[in-house]
Design a protein around this ligand. Structure first.
Ligand SMILES: Nc1ncnc2c1ncn2[C@@H]1O[C@H](COP(=O)(O)OP(=O)(O)O)[C@@H](O)[C@H]1O
Ligand SMILES: [Mg+2]
Length: 266
């Protein structure tokens, strides 16, 4: 049966700094660690599109990295398809969640063509038979609206937006159920941002892919997401359907964010 909640974040706490040792605790030395994510809980429905918004430093990237198993969790759980994920465990379950990063320039290997980048995933992870790889590469290029001859291009020959599409195609090569994106368009100019958003929106409509995006761009949330989570100083201050939040923000900070939006967007 399809799990109605693909992801549950349960009381998640992420701290940076050295964990107090037993001796420190016996000596009642205060815990001086910095709390980047402070008891955050929210759900991502299967097939949904959730945006996490908040200003720089509010803990958004820390939260995403913890979800992907790239950041240690101090307490709380990341529950994915009903299973609590432990950091570092690279299971098949984890392969079905893939991440796209802010800077497409550093995400791609400069020595590999776009086609090789995508084909490598298919080959190494044995996602399709070897003789089916070229066709699958073309299908994945179709999914991100890139012409097939892009397969021969190296990252240096591609624009920022094209590189981000290849990074998305590579993530899609895993047949993910959940796509996690950290500021996927903020390194791109406005026209290209809109194209990437269309790619994501289209993918979601066609494949039922669940999308969790971090952004400080409220236009992106309005366009792509059906619900949003607002973070401020590591805490979740508001969450709910985008339509309600934009028309009736309950929290003062959310109101401030919305009031500042014309400056952030476009
Ligand atoms: N590896 C780290 N070590 C120490 N502090 C960190 C580390 N990564 C992030 N931080 C701090 O945690 C807070 C949240 O950062 P981050 O999750 O990157 O926020 P956001 O993505 O919302 O800008 C910031 O104050 C940042 O300086
Ligand atoms: Mg960030």
């Amino acid at each position: 049966m399809l799990n109605p909640l693909i992801l549950r974040i349960e009381n998640l706490v992420i701290k940076y700094g050295d964990k107090p040792t037993l001796l420190d605790r016996l000596r009642h030395k205060p815990d001086t660690r910095f709390t980047a994510v402070d008891h955050v809980s929210f759900d991502v429905p299967t097939g949904g599109s959730v945006g996490i918004v908040g200003e720089s430093g509010s803990g958004k990237s820390s939260l995403l990295r913890a979800i992907m198993g790239l950041n240690p969790i101090d307490s709380g759980n990341v529950r994915y398809q009903g299973t609590i994920l432990n950091m570092g465990a690279y299971s098949d379950l984890r392969k079905s969640m893939q991440m796209v990063f802010q800077d497409p320039g550093t995400a791609l290997d400069p020595m590999m063509t776009a086609g090789q980048t995508i084909a490598e995933v298919l080959r190494v992870h044995r996602i399709v038979d070897a003789d089916a790889i070229p066709d699958r590469v073309n299908e994945l290029l179709d999914m991100v609206a890139m012409p097939h001859d892009t397969a021969d291009a190296y990252p240096k020959d591609l624009s920022g937006g094209q590189k981000q599409r290849i990074a998305i195609a590579r993530a899609l090569a895993f047949n993910p159920k959940l796509l996690v994106a950290d500021e996927p368009t903020s390194a791109l100019d406005v026209v290209v941002q809109a194209q990437i958003l269309d790619v994501l929106k289209d993918l979601r409509a066609r494949t039922g892919l669940t999308i969790l995006t971090v952004t400080h761009n409220l236009d992106l949330v309005r366009y792509l997401c059906d619900s949003a989570v607002v973070m401020h100083n590591g805490k979740l201050v508001e969450s709910g359907p985008v339509s309600e939040m934009f028309s009736h923000p309950r929290n003062d900070y959310t109101r401030e964010l919305l009031a500042a939006a014309p400056k952030l967007a476009r």
